[in-house]
Design a protein around this ligand. Structure first.
Ligand SMILES: NC(=O)c1ccc[n+]([C@@H]2O[C@H](COP(=O)([O-])OP(=O)(O)OC[C@H]3O[C@@H](n4cnc5c(N)ncnc54)[C@H](OP(=O)(O)O)[C@@H]3O)[C@@H](O)[C@H]2O)c1
Length: 246
């Protein structure tokens, strides 16, 4: 499966890109400038020699041609970025990882974007796609350090069950990440806003925290092998009978 990451020249997108490549996905680094994408791709490949990473570079349009696409831009650019490649994204699972936050003095404060969350704004911008929200609380630096496992829960929500399952399978393919089905896309609002709490804790305790829920012993993730099938199902859902779903 090929995963394209739009805005992958930033720390979050490049960290996720290299982590996904490290577990065997073909990854395309996307950027508004294919030359910036090439620089980042070259740097990642040079940083991790011998890892046999499948990473290529393109502009955002080229990255949006992948099977599953992640939007990793700042929150206020996510909807417009998705809309700019809406034809490429039609029928696909699109992952929104942006958090709408402002730093006011020493405080991180959550903002309320149009439609209540960034993910909902992205879904509205690309109604022919199946948007899922995920990866909001995983620190970029740890994501990008593929020499070490990264331990965290990853909350996944979507109005499209096949998109939730597809993203859960992708997350579950990364050792020590645990994907949790967190319901419909309306829950993206508190999930995104909670990132402000984590950043505040990071500042207070001079660390980089991730989240881990208790009380879930025995809850098993779906297997990775079904991710491609879920991506295909999502495509069928959009192009087929429930095309008007979103
Ligand atoms: N940093 C973290 O630890 C972390 C963790 C989880 C989630 N997130 C979320 O992930 C997203 C990306 O975080 P980041 O720190 O990597 O962000 P960033 O460095 O500020 O931006 C990422 C990339 O987005 C592109 N971009 C910037 N402004 C744009 C615009 N107006 N229109 C289109 N593209 C634009 C740029 O790529 P090009 O110029 O190359 O196009 C930039 O390199 C954020 O929404 C953040 O909330 C971050």
């Amino acid at each position: 499966m090929r995963i394209g990451v739009l805005g992958a020249t930033g720390p979050a997108g490049s960290g996720l890109a290299v982590r996904l490549a490290s577990v065997g996905y073909d990854v395309t680094i996307g950027s508004r400038s294919k030359y910036r994408a090439m620089e980042v791709s070259d740097k990642l490949l040079a940083k991790w020699p011998g890892q046999d990473l499948s990473i290529t570079a393109s502009d955002n349009e080229g990255a949006a041609a992948a099977d599953v696409v992640v939007i990793a831009t700042p929150w206020d650019a996510a909807g417009a970025t998705a809309a700019s490649v809406q034809d490429e994204l039609a029928g696909k699972v699109v992952i929104s990882m942006a958090n709408a936050l402002a730093k006011v003095g020493h405080e991180f404060q959550p903002l309320v974007p149009p439609r209540g969350s960034v993910a909902a704004s992205v879904q509205a911008a690309v109604p022919r796609s199946h948007v899922a929200a995920a990866f909001h609380h995983v620190p970029a630096k740890e994501l990008g350090d593929i020499a070490h496992p990264i331990e965290s829960d990853v909350l996944v929500c979507s109005d499209h069950p096949s998109a939730t399952e597809c993203v859960i399978d992708i997350v579950s393919s990364i050792p020590d990440l645990r994907a949790l089905d967190s319901g419909e896309l309306s829950n993206a609002a508190p999930i995104e806003a909670f990132a402000a709490v984590l950043l505040q804790v990071n500042v207070r305790y001079k660390t980089r925290v991730a989240i881990r829920f208790t009380g879930l012993d025995g809850a098993g993730p779906a297997s990775r092998s079904t991710a491609a099938a879920h991506a295909a199902t999502a495509a069928q859902d959009v192009s087929g009978a429930d095309a008007g779903e979103s």
